[in-house]
Write a protein that binds this ligand. Structure first.
Ligand code: ZN
Ligand code: ZN
Length: 470
């Protein structure tokens, strides 16, 4: 009977399924599940590794996170969320350093919102002095915050001009024409970029022209649709500005703005006018406070004193259970309710709390107090903070370990079920999620029995043995 009560208690505990991004990594058969903040740090390493300004890196972190949130499930048909190439965002997991991590952490959970939804954002390497209207590049996207803006900052960085030339014969081949007899610019858009050329008296879409030349001769030569041209003999000489499609945040300009003293919010406002950065679509005046060891960010309606006291006790209890000392300051974010929690975390409503790295997200402190489980939930989440580390460990191992440390022997040891990992990463219903928690704990209990508690805890820093990670 005692065992049965313990089991029910364990299942009622708040899940800690952090929002994850399933990414197809080169050379790996199965998609990897990355925590969102690890994903963001890896995108910064891949797409903005050369930035000098920390504020610009933070603006990039918000942009990369917003892109991920708005495009989650883009590759659903292939069994994952996002690819690791520039089609989605370029990931460099192995190149992530402390600065990239710091930029992700300093903006943790913050995305750009427009009209109550995550904004659809883009970024470009160098806009050449004026960003482009998205509608000129992708006809379907005429969003007000993706209209072109003037940008003097990237010009001050230099390296904005490019020159290249091709023979008429080369152009004919790339364009699949028998010959090119005449070429000129037919029309420019209001941002200065070429919209169409006139070749042999016929209009040719400039974006198409740019893509064909890029594919044929490499992206380093013909760099954008922001150009002029001159025909001399059989050679066409192009000179242009900037690099890339030009839509959204100009990375070179963002870095220069940061170096000039602009903060990340100002940088984002310059390139995405009308959007609002935040952890939710709603305007909330967050109250921030600190205890000796914990940072707290709370909506004004949060019962602050009970939360603070419970958080301190939970951290102490988690340290006692694991024998580990917290290496970071855990941060608690207490939301005013379900809508904002959902906006901020992307978690479904039946999840009461979620932990990502050192940040614990709580759906409703008042509800947890009324259900008399605030401290239990916080202890569970603090355990996650303490054992957070290697992103490559599967979710079932983290969850199962936390549960087994909290309530040893609450469930009989059992093998890992094939559906458990996916049910933890993408919970489809509360009953399935509970079953997945129970099975994860049973699987870790089986590992404790076979390998010993200390060895299994040691895998947190060494990774799972090859026989287990498959
Ligand atoms: Zn993709
Ligand atoms: Zn620019």
């Amino acid at each position: 009977m005692a065992r049965r009560i313990a089991l029910i208690l364990a299942l009622l505990l708040a899940p800690a399924s952090a929002q994850t991004v399933r990414v197809k990594l080169h050379g790996q058969a199965r998609p990897a599940a990355l925590e969102l903040e690890d994903y963001v740090a890896a995108v910064i390493a891949g797409e903005a590794g050369g930035f000098k300004s920390m504020e610009a890196l933070m603006a990039m972190a918000v942009t990369a996170r917003t892109f991920a949130r708005a495009n989650l499930g883009r590759h659903r048909a292939q069994g994952y969320d996002l690819c690791e190439t520039t089609h989605c965002q370029d990931l460099r997991l192995s190149a992530v350093n402390a600065r990239h991590r710091a930029a992700a952490e300093a903006t943790s959970g913050i995305i750009l919102w427009y009209a109550g939804r995550p904004a659809r954002v883009f970024y470009t390497e160098h806009c050449g002095g004026h960003t482009e209207n998205a509608a000129h590049v992708w006809t379907t996207r005429s969003l007000p915050y993706l209209r072109g803006v003037k940008d003097d900052f990237c010009l001050s960085a230099g390296r904005h001009n490019w020159k290249t030339s091709y023979s008429l014969a080369q152009l004919a081949e790339v364009l699949s024409l028998p010959s090119v007899d005449s070429i000129g610019i037919a029309r420019r858009g209001d941002t200065g970029r070429v919209r169409s050329l006139l070749i042999n008296g016929r209009p040719v879409n400039a974006e198409n022209f740019y893509l064909r030349l890029g594919r044929a001769f490499g992206w380093d030569r013909f760099r954008s649709t922001f150009f002029s041209l001159e025909l001399r003999g059989q050679q066409v000489h192009f000179s242009g500005w900037g690099r890339g499609h030009g839509v959204g945040l100009c990375q070179t300009g963002a870095d220069q703005r940061g170096l000039a003293g602009h903060d990340s919010t100002q940088i984002l406002a310059a390139y995405f006018p009308g959007t609002k950065p935040g952890i939710s679509a709603q305007d909330i005046h967050w109250l921030s406070s600190k205890t000796a060891r914990i940072d707290i960010l709370a909506a004004p309606s949060t019962p602050a004193a009970p939360l603070t006291a419970a958080a301190e006790r939970a951290l102490a209890r988690a340290e006692q259970i694991t024998g580990l000392k917290s290496q970071t300051r855990p941060e608690i974010r207490a939301y005013p309710g379900l809508d904002v929690f959902r906006d901020a975390t992307g978690e479904p409503g039946f999840v009461a709390a979620a932990t990502r790295g050192r940040v614990i997200h709580l759906q409703s402190v008042a509800r947890l107090i009324s259900e008399n489980r605030l401290e239990a939930v916080l202890t569970h989440e603090m355990l996650h903070v303490l054992i957070a580390g290697r992103a490559t460990l599967p979710r079932w191992f983290h969850e199962g370990l936390v549960l087994e440390l909290e309530r040893p022997n609450a469930v009989p040891p059992a093998p890992l079920a094939p559906t458990t990992e996916m049910d933890l990463l993408r919970p489809r219903s509360e009953p399935r999620l509970r079953a997945a928690y129970s099975n994860a704990q049973a699987a870790v209990a089986a590992l404790f029995k076979k390998h010993g508690r200390a060895a299994v805890i040691g895998w947190l820093s060494t990774g799972l043995p090859a026989s287990l990670s498959r």
